[in-house]
Design a protein around this ligand. Structure first.
Ligand SMILES: [Zn+2]
Ligand SMILES: [Zn+2]
Ligand SMILES: [Zn+2]
Length: 498
């Protein structure tokens, strides 16, 4: 039949077969001004590739094509129709027909360019309102392409995840990526946002006091590793990350009516940084399992008093935040992009790094950053993820289950404070200090057990005493009955019944 299609017989077939007769060739395809199609006869000669028209509509120049669908007779339909760019070559009678897909005939590089037009082409923020934010042309993203078939899904996801830059936002309580917050139930302290709201109304509420030590509670353990909400298979494809560290602790905060000594401020800062680094250690542990090409870090200090900002304090805090990343290695391009501070109350903002002002502090910081980058790109980790960190996660888990088990034990109220102290020891990599805390935990546990034991023996004594009282009369009856029991009758040789 293929021979026939191309040969002389095919021309003969098209002349005879009624499946291909086409009245459209004789009618004008022009569109009337009032709408609808012109009913005049078409006038020749036809320019090739253009739909036939009458004299009036000859300027409309609609592109034409011949229908490629297979008719029931086995020949191509061949009817003339108006072709719209990117459309299939099918007449209106065959629009529902399936056609061979030419998408896989083009090279994969070109297909990737198609995916680039449909999928995000900007770094993906941790939070975004709609998909327009993901594209440089502010058009919607069409992820439906991922559902077309298996091959397109594989190619397009590889393109999206391997070449895209993904942002992870780290705050004290959670890690957010692709609009997906952490799986952890948030039992942890949420810092009030009233401060920012109040700035607009001009009312200043002194709570929460910035230098107040937050109530110490034992959290639901976060665990040593972050499990992102994104499917594991896709997450492991990602090679480029932008990490946004949001540290909501006021740096060098000065507020009227608050007189906090510098030592207290530093103590609270160290404490807050240690708690914040819980999230960073979890993140770094997860990133260690990936091969990273690009790692960009931005640090944002919120609620800072910009006017009285001390560079030294900011740099000390920044180092504490950057330190956990030194467990990473073989990162091709590690970089600290910026360090900023803002003060929503006074709508102030300060760019601390890179800084326009060159001082000995900023130069020293830039030098340190250079060696930090070298550490991350070297083939060995410069910071061993050491025993204190491992022991800390074990301790956190243990304290949580002990507390869960005996909620009412007043001794266990100390655990919150001890855990926080263990955190600080962890950050300082101070094994000696950690051991002291650990000894204290063990001591508390044995005190609890000793108390339980003495309670147990006291209770047993009481049970016996009360048993003695309530069974006293029954005891007397028993003695009387015993006199007539077979036991002593037998010893006298008296025959027993049964
Ligand atoms: Zn036919
Ligand atoms: Zn016409
Ligand atoms: Zn057709």
């Amino acid at each position: 039949m293929a021979n026939n299609v191309c040969g002389v017989s095919s021309i003969a077939h098209y002349q005879i077969c009624r499946l291909h007769d086409d009245k459209r060739k004789q009618k004008c395809s022009g569109t009337l001004k009032r709408g609808g199609t012109c009913t005049n006869n078409a006038r020749g000669p036809l320019p090739s590739g253009i739909m036939p028209t009458c004299k009036i509509h000859r300027h409309q120049l609609k592109v034409s094509a011949f229908c490629k669908a297979l008719a029931a007779c086995g020949y191509e339909c061949g009817r003339l129709f108006e072709w719209k760019p990117h459309g299939f070559q099918l007449c209106s009678g065959h629009l529902e027909d399936t056609m061979a897909c030419f998408f896989f005939k083009i090279p994969v590089e070109i297909r990737c360019r198609v995916y680039r037009l449909l999928l995000p082409d900007r770094p993906i923020p941790a939070r975004f309102r709609s998909s327009e934010y993901l594209r440089t042309d502010w058009r919607k993203v069409h992820t439906a392409i991922l559902c077309v078939n298996h091959q397109i899904h594989e190619e397009a996801t590889a393109f999206l995840y391997r070449t895209g830059i993904f942002t992870i936002e780290v705050s004290e309580n959670t890690l957010i990526m692709c609009n997906l917050p952490d799986k952890l139930p948030c039992h942890q302290i949420v810092i009030s946002t009233r401060e920012t709201e109040d700035a607009s109304s001009g009312v200043f509420h002194p709570t929460p006091t910035p230098f107040m030590l937050l109530p110490t509670i034992v959290y639901k353990p976060a665990g040593p590793i972050w499990n992102p909400q994104l499917t594991e298979r896709y997450f492991t494809m990602i090679q480029s990350f932008r990490i946004e560290l949001l540290f909501h602790h006021p740096i060098n905060y000065r507020s009227p009516g608050l007189s906090t000594s510098d030592t207290d401020k530093l103590r609270v800062l160290v404490s807050r940084l240690a708690r914040y680094n819980d999230q960073l250690h979890r993140l770094v542990e997860r990133l260690r399992k990936l091969s990273l090409v690009r790692l960009e870090i931005t640090i944002k200090f919120a609620n800072s008093n910009v006017e009285s900002l001390s560079f030294q304090e900011v740099f000390i805090a920044s180092w504490d935040l950057l330190n956990p990343f030194r467990c990473l290695f073989n990162v091709a391009r590690p970089r600290v992009v910026s360090i900023t501070a803002n003060d929503p109350r006074n709508r102030q903002f300060a760019e601390i790094f890179p800084s326009r002002v060159s001082s000995s502090e900023t130069r020293a910081f830039a030098n340190n950053l250079n060696s930090w980058s070298k550490d991350l790109s070297s083939s060995q980790p410069s910071l061993k993820c050491d025993q204190v960190l491992e022991a800390y996660w074990g301790l956190e888990n243990l304290l949580s289950s002990m507390k869960e088990h005996c909620k009412s034990e007043p001794r266990f109220l100390q655990f919150g404070e001890l855990l926080q102290a263990a955190r600080i020891a962890r950050e300082a990599n101070n094994l000696e200090h950690f051991k002291k805390i650990w000894d204290r935990v063990v001591a508390i546990w044995f005190e609890h057990l000793d108390f339980q034991k003495s309670l147990q023996s006291n209770v047993t004594q009481s049970i016996d005493a009360i048993n003695g009282i309530v069974n006293k009369s029954r005891g007397a009856v028993a003695v009387v009955t015993e006199r007539h029991t077979p036991a002593w009758s037998a010893s006298l040789g008296t025959p027993t019944p049964g």
